[in-house]
Design a protein around this ligand. Structure first.
Ligand code: NAP
Length: 277
């Protein structure tokens, strides 16, 4: 008698102990009464290719990929989606039945869905967006903002050349602003996004002057530890609509869970609580 294998998935990175993905996926598996396991896997860069190529043989249906492997994994996959290619990084692998390893990036999807859930009246076309930071997460945020029709993006990064590299890749709808002028770009922004690690527990506080924030602007922070950063607290006090970064983490996991386990899960209060547990 042939038995159906219990599907396995997990998250690969280093360090990995802090990851909230295992609690989240386990919560969804339990809620939907599905067989399956999701585990954290600490993998060093030199072992990445070997580990990924072995996982499908051990019953894995896919994996999330996190820091520092999101770029390297693109070389290991057999198929890379257009959006992962555009972003230059992948966060989700699907091990297909034909043996091919498929890489995708769902960070931009998670970012936009989080904004839509947290600020239901948000209209991308309402005006320019201001983006702080030009690292890996910024690429996914910018690609998705352009995709949903934000007319113009102003971007400031401590290391200006990284912002200029994004402008070279994404084109004229991006305007680079000096990091010391970052506060000024908030004055025209209908959407404001912090994609730097500033404000995260253990990192320096964000010192960008925030008095230019416009009442009614939608302000979001990718940092979710703490949940309410200084940016979000100040924005709320100034009458902005604020959306915390935890929802992006939850929403980016939805398409992966659906592909691996066959059910589209909900991002609700119980999922948030599970991720924070
Ligand atoms: P990254 O590629 O290392 O980029 C870090 C960014 O932060 C760069 O723009 C960097 O500027 C800036 N930065 C770091 N220290 C700074 C300082 N002291 N002063 C000014 N700028 C500074 O990291 P990432 O992958 O883009 O991630 C960025 C943040 O987003 C992290 O906190 C990460 O946890 C969070 N994130 C959240 C989600 C979510 O689901 N909510 C998803 C992805 C990422 P330079 O270029 O000048 O170094």
């Amino acid at each position: 008698m042939t038995q159906t294998r219990i599907p396995l998935a997990g998250v690969i990175g280093t360090p990995i102990a802090h990851s909230k993905s295992p609690q989240l996926h386990r919560h969804w598996l339990k809620t939907h009464g599905l067989p399956g396991f999701y585990i954290p896997m600490e993998v060093a860069p030199e072992n990445l290719a070997q580990v990924i190529q072995t996982l499908p043989k051990a019953g894995f249906v896919g994996a999330n990929i996190t820091v520092p492997h999101k770029e390297k994994v693109m070389e290991i996959a057999d198929l890379v989606t257009d959006r992962a290619t555009l972003i230059g990084a992948a966060n989700t692998l699907i091990f297909r039945k034909d043996g091919k390893i498929h890489a995708d990036n769902t960070d931009g999807y998670g970012f936009i869905e989080n904004l839509r859930q947290g600020a239901p009246d948000w209209r991308p076309q309402a005006g320019p967006a201001a983006v702080l930071g030009a690292g890996g997460a910024a690429r996914a945020v910018i690609a998705s903002l352009l995709d949903v029709g934000v007319p113009e993006i102003l971007i400031a990064n401590r290391t200006r050349i990284r912002a200029e590299a994004l402008q070279a890749d994404f084109g004229k709808r991006l305007q680079v602003v000096d990091w010391v002028q970052a506060g000024n770009m908030l004055e025209d922004a209908a959407t404001v996004v912090n994609t730097t690690s500033l404000g995260m527990i253990g990192k320096p506080e964000m010192r960008v002057p925030l008095d230019g924030l416009q009442k009614g602007a939608v302000v979001t922070d990718l940092v979710y530890a703490p949940l309410q950063t200084r940016l979000l607290k100040t924005a709320e006090e100034m009458g902005c609509i604020t959306v915390d970064g935890l929802g992006m983490l939850l929403h980016q996991a939805v398409p992966a869970f659906e592909r691996w386990f066959g059910v589209r899960p909900e991002v609700d209060a119980a999922a948030r609580a599970a991720a924070l547990r």
